[in-house]
Design a protein around this ligand. Sequence first.
Ligand SMILES: Cc1cc2nc3c(=O)[nH]c(=O)nc-3n(C[C@H](O)[C@H](O)[C@H](O)COP(=O)(O)OP(=O)(O)OC[C@H]3O[C@@H](n4cnc5c(N)ncnc54)[C@H](O)[C@@H]3O)c2cc1C
Ligand code: SF4
Length: 512
Amino acid sequence: MTLRLLLGDQLNHHHSWFDAPPQPSVVYVLMEVRQETDYAHHHIQKVMAFFGAMRAFAEHLRQAGHRVAYVALDDPDNRQSIEGNLRLLVEEYAPEWLEYQFPDEFRLDELMLSLAGKLGVKVRAYDSEHFLADRLAVARHFTGRKTYLLESFYRLERQRHGYLVTPEGQPEGGRWNFDADNRQALPKDAVLPEPFVVEKDLTDLHRMIVQAGVRTMGQCADPSRFIWPTTRAECQQLLEHFAHHALPLFGRYEDAMTKRHWLLYHSRLSFAMNVKLLSPAEVIERCIAEYRARPDEITLPQIEGFVRQIAGWREYVRGLYWALMPDFGRKNHFGHQTPLPSWFWTGETDMACLRHALGQSLELAYAHHIQRLMVIGNFALLIGADPDEVDAWYLGVYIDAIEWVEMPNTRGMSQYADGGLVGTKPYVSSAAYIQRMSDYCQGCKYDYKKKTGEGACPFNSLYWHFHARHRHLLERNPRIGHVYPTWDKMPAENRAALLDHAEHVLAHLEEL
Ligand SMILES: Cc1cc2nc3c(=O)[nH]c(=O)nc-3n(C[C@H](O)[C@H](O)[C@H](O)COP(=O)(O)OP(=O)(O)OC[C@H]3O[C@@H](n4cnc5c(N)ncnc54)[C@H](O)[C@@H]3O)c2cc1C
Ligand code: SF4
C-alpha cells in the first residue's frame, strides 16, 4: 500500500505517477487544512481557487479510476494539519510507503523532511516534473558570483530548450532581448481584448470557507460567477484566448497601465502554471506555434517578451529562492520598519494610481506586473515599509502568490531588501514614470507636476527622501549614479522643501 500526497499546487495531470494504469494499492491524498488557509491572510478568491482546483483534480483522478482520499475543510475528522491528517490516513491504510513531490515552498519542504521517521512509514520524494530547470540550477549557474543576473541564465535556458534559437544556438532575429522595442505606453485609441472569464459557480465552496471562519482579505462579488480557471480544460481555454487575442501586443504594452482595463494584454496564466495545471513548456510552445502561424501579426519582440517572462523570470526567481533561502526571508537591507497604511486592505486613498491598483487587487486578486512593481511596490519602498509586512500583504492578496515566486519578486526585486541580489537597483520612481506609463494621473486629487506644497503628488518628495536617507547605501550603485549629482545641484532650499514635504507625507500616510 502506498499513500501519495498531492499538495494544493501540485495538480500536474502529466506527472509520471499517472502514466501507469490505476492501482488499488495506491491512494492519492489531497487535503484542505487550516494550516494552509491560516499561515497567511489570503484573498478569499485565492482560497476558493486553490480548493476549487484541488477538488476538480481529485474528481479527475477518480474518473480516471484512481483511488483518492480527499479531506475537505469541514470534514469532521479533519485534523487541520498535514501531519495530523497523514497520521490518521496512515492508521487507516497502514501503507508501507508515503510518497510526495518536492514542495516548492521552503516551509513545506522542511515539514515533509521532518515527517520522515515520525509516521512509522517509509518516505520517498519525487520531482514535481513541472519546471524547465531543476531547483538548484540557478545556484549552480551562479556559483562563485556575487550577483545573480537574469540575462545569462535566461540565454542558457533558451539554448537548452531551443526556444527561438537558430540551429547554431544563436537568438532568432540576432538579439536575445527586445525590451527596448517593447514597453510602450498605451495609446488612447487602443482596442483592448475582452478578458476570458470562466464564470463558474463556486457558491457552496465560498459558503464553506466563510462558515469555517477562515480569515481572508479582498472580495468575491459573485461566487456564482467565479472568474478564475480551476480545471485543466479551463486553463487551456485561457491559454488559447491569450494566444489568439493578446499575444500580438503582449510585449509592446507589457508595462502600460490604464484605468480603462484591468488586464491589458497580459495572460493571467500565473495561477494555472503555479498550481501546475499548465506546464511552462506547453505555454511557451503553444505561443511560439502561434507566432510561427501568424508572422504578419505577431512580431519577434512580442513572443520574445513573453518567453522571457516564463523561461527567464519565472525559472530564475524559483532558482534564486532555493539558492538563498532561508536567509533571504529575513533580509531588510534598509532596516525599513514602517507599517503599511490601513488602506492597503480597502483601497480607499485619494492617490488615483494606488486606488486603482489596490482596488483591483482586492476586487480580483490580480494586478499585472507593473502595477505590482511600479505603483504598489514603489510606494511601499519609498515610505520605508517593513519588508515582512509587504511580503505578507503580497503573499495574501494575489491569486498566484506562492512563496517561491512571491518572495524574490517582493522582498528582492520590488523592495530591494536583499541589497541587490535579484535586482541591480531599487525600483523606485517619482510621479513622472507613472504619468508616462498610465492614465492614472488625469483626474487625480494630487498633481503629478508638483513636488511640494498643497496637492503635490506624494511620490515626488518621497522619491528624493528615499535617496537622501539611504545615500550611504546607494551612492556607489552605478545604475543610480545620476540621482545624486542632480540632488546635489538643486538649491539647498529646494532640497529642504522636498525633505520637509516628504516628512509631512510620512507622518500622515493614513490620510493620503
Ligand atoms: C512585487 C511583485 C510580486 C509578485 N508576486 C508574484 C506572485 O506571488 N506569483 C507570481 O506568479 N508572480 C508574481 N509576480 C510576477 C508577475 O507580476 C506575475 O507573475 C504576473 O503579473 C502574473 O500575471 P500574468 O499571468 O497575467 O502575467 P503575464 O504578464 O502574462 O506574464 C506571463 C507569465 O510570466 C511569468 N512571469 C512574469 N513576470 C514574472 C516574474 N517577475 N516572476 C515570475 N514569473 C513571472 C508568470 O508566470 C506569468 O504568468 C510578482 C511581481 C512583483 C513585482
Ligand atoms: S498624481 Fe501621483 S498619486 Fe496621483 S495618480 Fe499620478 S502618480 Fe499617482
